[in-house]
Design a protein around this ligand. Structure first.
Ligand code: B12
Length: 277
């Protein structure tokens, strides 16, 4: 069927007219993800292992990424180099395209799986986890089964060199406090998608304060609004999962507090954010 269609198209010298007749505007050949100007700047430029792995992640091809990572390691590549300069570069490219609205949630999830799988293979070779910048604890709050946003946060943190402690979904408030005591995170993220569960933010704050823990808490999720979050101290409203590593960087590198994050959110994440305008 496809062969016959191609044969037919080849015979047409004026198929643009047909497209216009069917109200399809041809704007030139589709741009490949790796040809996007921002992605060109991010990906390793030279053909070779690093670029191949970055492209595997960009295309969300977990099986190929696994095979190429194994092969690179067998050929003597340095696992840390593969994590930092190949797998994470691919994920940076994915974030850039997602920010521009050219990639969507499924692209992020597929790429995240490919990257995390490649990182796991590298870490197995290393014999230990790669050094991390700091720890962040992430949960979907008590009563809430929606964990896609939280999973994205975990993936972006790992992709950016953080140790993301995934507490899971429907996490009882005392477990958040326990995790904070055990892991000493620089940041906690709490996600709620239901009006019935977002009241957990205030409860988490109260329980942390009772335990004497003043770690900033980023609160986000579909049902959540900035003014609601800001009713509780120690919190800030989080908008996009890919903002989290930038916020964590601001805490680790620049000592930003939850109050600073509330005041400087758009500057910290480096883009216009409607909720903070
Ligand atoms: C997928 C889904 C489900 C799946 C969840 C699967 C899973 N593993 O997560 C399933 C089928 C299980 C489900 C179940 C239910 N669901 Co549901 N579900 C949805 C749906 C369609 C999408 C939610 C989603 O994943 N969005 C995408 C993710 C990425 O968004 P996100 O988590 O908000 O994260 C983004 C940002 O908020 C941000 N973010 C999040 N947290 C943080 C934190 C920080 C610090 C930062 C910076 C950013 C950030 O990052 C992400 C973007 O990059 C929504 C409808 C909708 N269109 O939103 C309904 C919805 C959330 N569900 C709803 C309901 C009511 C339910 C049920 C109660 C239905 C029922 N009657 O059984 C049950 C729950 C039962 C229970 N156990 O309590 C309602 C909630 C209504 C409300 N406002 O209270 C919604 C809105 C549907 C609706 N219109 O009624 N659901």
């Amino acid at each position: 069927m496809v062969d016959r269609l191609i044969e037919y198209m080849d015979k047409l010298d004026d198929y643009e007219k047909i497209a216009i007749r069917y109200n399809v505007k041809i704007e030139g050949p589709a741009l490949k993800p790796e040809d996007d100007p921002e992605v060109i700047e991010i990906l390793p430029k030279e053909e070779g292992t690093q670029r191949t792995l970055a492209l595997d992640v960009l295309y969300g091809d977990k099986d190929k990424c696994d095979a190429d990572t194994e092969k690179a390691l067998d050929d003597g590549a340095d696992p840390i180099d593969l994590i930092n300069n190949a797998l994470m570069k691919g994920m940076d490219g994915v974030s850039a395209l997602y920010t521009k609205g050219e990639f969507f949630l499924p692209d992020l999830m597929l790429a995240g799986d490919a990257m995390m799988s490649g990182v796991a293979i590298c870490e197995k070779k290393l014999g230990h986890k790669a050094d991390s910048k700091a720890t962040v604890c992430c949960c979907a709050v008590e009563g809430d089964p929606h964990d896609i946003g939280k999973n994205l946060i975990v993936m972006f943190l790992n992709a950016n060199g953080y140790n993301a402690v995934d507490l899971g979904r429907d996490v009882p408030t005392p477990d958040v406090v326990k995790a904070a005591e055990e892991n000493k995170p620089v940041l906690i993220t709490a996600t709620a998608l239901m009006t019935t569960t977002m009241t957990a933010f205030g409860k988490i704050v109260a329980a942390l304060q009772e335990a004497g823990i003043d770690t900033p808490i980023g609160c986000g999720g579909g049902a959540v609004r900035r003014d609601f979050v800001e009713e509780s101290p120690q919190t800030f409203y989080g908008v996009e999962a890919y903002h989290v590593p930038k916020i964590a960087d601001a805490i680790v590198d620049d000592g930003k507090t939850w109050e600073d994050i509330r005041n400087e959110y758009a500057d910290i994440v480096g883009e216009y954010v409607a909720a903070y305008s």
